[in-house]
Design a protein around this ligand. Structure first.
Ligand code: FAD
Ligand code: AMP
Length: 478
């Protein structure tokens, strides 16, 4: 029998590595098991987020956005940049370097905080035993507590089986070494829109096939409609109500069959990205006697404090219910580490922000107007267009709007939905407002720096009562 720990975490993504660091900071003897192997055959930390998710996708989004700016916006500002071209291999090399820096940094953080990094695949044998296997060797470790943070993997669908270099998932779409001429994307969700945007900006003709009739149903429909309009203007051909039913590879091209309200259709692409969601990953994770229950969709079943069906065993992040987001995984990791260390801890699942890193960004927290109304709440809302913002004009970023949704009776902020440059940064205001139970009036009475994009949030809060300053006022102040 090998070492005994207070806590063993399985998985070193943003859920697991954060839980392990927090636990060690609180004085627990902690180990974190990871099985991810990079191209050089080394174990790497950071999970989906750092290796093939949040970070590499943002590196490509930023580079491709700058490419578009250099081509289309510089001239207007008086900048003569000459012929602008994109070296895709160099862009990819920069992305890989960022990933390497960050994943390597976690090993450093583990060392600094005294977390023992265990390399290999972890398996829960019982509430107090984890088996770690690597290269055919198995070691069993004892632990008073276990946190499962095994994450998720892309969903594959039978009509479009992955085919090397032609039909790929999100990971494959982060690795193209040249810009495809005709690119298909299945799924107009967050990942599909981000990856579609990257390659559209670099010159691909991008068609997004989405089975649902509605666009971004989780986003306030005023904001979603504006987003759809802006992405269409950029050249993304988003076909709603288009369900992919089959595919065929012909002469190194992908022929995709789909059905919409007019009947069966076909469309040919040079490459196809399948972005139809992610599923919880539990392969090889639970021994026969582990006793950890899954729910009907394959997620590990947990309560509000991430406790599984087995006392002392917790699960966090993408492998449990809730939005599949890195920051949600990390916050759950902190909550669980605190609980294991004997502290009281809670998560506020109502105030988790989401961001789509297109240009402009789309960001939201809490309810949208349609959801609030459907829940029987009497709603008030205020909106402000970036077209009326001085800073947005100076930034050449006048597209989009900010919207604040409140309870008409109490004025309490129920949600904030924004499409605009830096929306992902601005949404923190909505998150803090909701965490502190603020009213729209609290935001309206707050002094915002001028000139900032955030002033649009201030004006939207003022607009809840019809008193936006830089917009035609509809109401007289009582
Ligand atoms: P993961 O990050 O999936 O990590 C799980 C880890 O556990 C992995 O390293 C895996 O190897 C390891 N593991 C699994 N089983 C075992 C085992 N038995 N033994 C040992 N190790 C094991 N989210 C955002 O918030 N913002 C974004 O901008 C964003 N962009 C994204 C872009 C893309 C293209 C993708 C694919 C995802 C994106 N996400 C984003 C989602 C985000 O990556 C996930 O929500 C997040 O990584 C989940 O964290 P996790 O710790 O639960 O799981
Ligand atoms: P998300 O879960 O946010 O990543 O989004 C995935 C999207 O893929 C959802 O909007 C689904 O409706 C969409 N989708 C799933 N299966 C298909 C399909 N066969 N054809 C087209 N769209 C699909």
């Amino acid at each position: 029998m090998a070492d005994k720990f207070d806590l063993i975490v399985i998985g070193a993504g943003p859920g697991g590595y954060v839980a392990a660091i927090r636990a060690a900071q609180l004085g627990l003897k902690t180990a974190c098991v990871e099985k991810w192997i990079d191209k050089e055959g080394k174990t790497v930390h950071g999970g989906t987020c750092l290796n093939v998710g949040c970070i590499p996708s943002k590196a490509l989004l930023e580079a491709s956005h700058k490419f578009v700016e250099a081509q289309h916006d510089f001239d207007d500002m008086g900048i003569q940049a000459g012929d602008v071209s994109m070296d895709v291999k160099k862009m990819m090399a920069r992305k890989d370097k960022i990933v390497k820096n960050l994943t390597g940094g976690i090993a450093g953080l583990f060392k600094a905080n005294g977390v023992t990094a265990l390399e290999g695949a972890g398996k829960v044998l019982s509430s107090k035993q984890v088996e770690v296997s690597k290269d055919g060797e198995k070691t069993v470790y004892e632990a008073d507590n276990i946190v499962i943070a095994s994450g998720s993997v892309p969903v594959e669908i039978p009509p479009t089986p992955l085919t090397e270099g032609l039909i790929v998932d999100s990971t494959g779409a982060l690795e193209f070494d040249e810009t495809p001429k005709r690119l298909g994307v299945i799924g107009a969700g967050v990942i599909g829109l981000e990856l579609g945007s990257v390659w559209n900006r670099l010159g691909s003709e991008v068609t997004v096939l989405e089975a649902m009739d509605s666009f971004l149903p989780m986003v306030d429909q005023a904001v979603a409609k504006e987003t759809q309009k802006l992405l269409k203007k950029q050249g993304l051909d988003i076909k709603l109500g288009a369900r992919v039913t089959g595919s065929e590879i012909k002469d190194d091209e992908v022929v995709v069959k789909y059905a919409d309200s007019e009947g069966d259709k076909e469309i040919t692409f040079d490459k196809l990205i399948v972005c139809v969601g992610r599923r919880p990953y539990t392969q090889g994770l639970l021994g026969d006697d582990a006793g950890v229950k899954l729910d009907e969709r394959g997620f590990i079943f947990v309560d509000d404090h991430c406790r599984t069906s087995v006392p002392g065993v917790y699960a966090i992040g993408d492998v449990v219910r809730g939005p599949m987001l890195a920051h949600k995984a990390s916050e759950e990791g902190i909550m669980v580490a605190d609980i294991v260390a004997g502290h009281k801890a809670e998560m506020n699942y109502d105030a988790i922000p989401s961001v789509i890193y297109t240009f402009p960004e789309v960001a939201w927290v809490g309810m949208n107007e349609q959801e609030a109304k459907a829940a029987g709440i009497e709603v008030k809302s205020g909106s402000f267009p970036f077209a009326a913002s001085g800073r947005a004009m100076a930034n050449n970023a006048t597209e989009g709007m900010a919207k604040v949704i409140t309870d008409a009776e109490t004025d309490r902020v129920l949600g904030m939905h924004i499409v605009g440059q830096h929306a992902g940064e601005m949404i923190a205001q909505g998150v803090i407002a909701m965490e502190f139970g603020s009213s729209a009036e609290d935001l309206a009475l707050t002094c915002y720096a001028h000139p900032t994009m955030s002033e649009a949030v201030h004006e939207a809060a003022l607009a809840v009562d019809g008193h936006a300053i830089h917009m035609a006022n509809r109401k007289k102040r009582k």
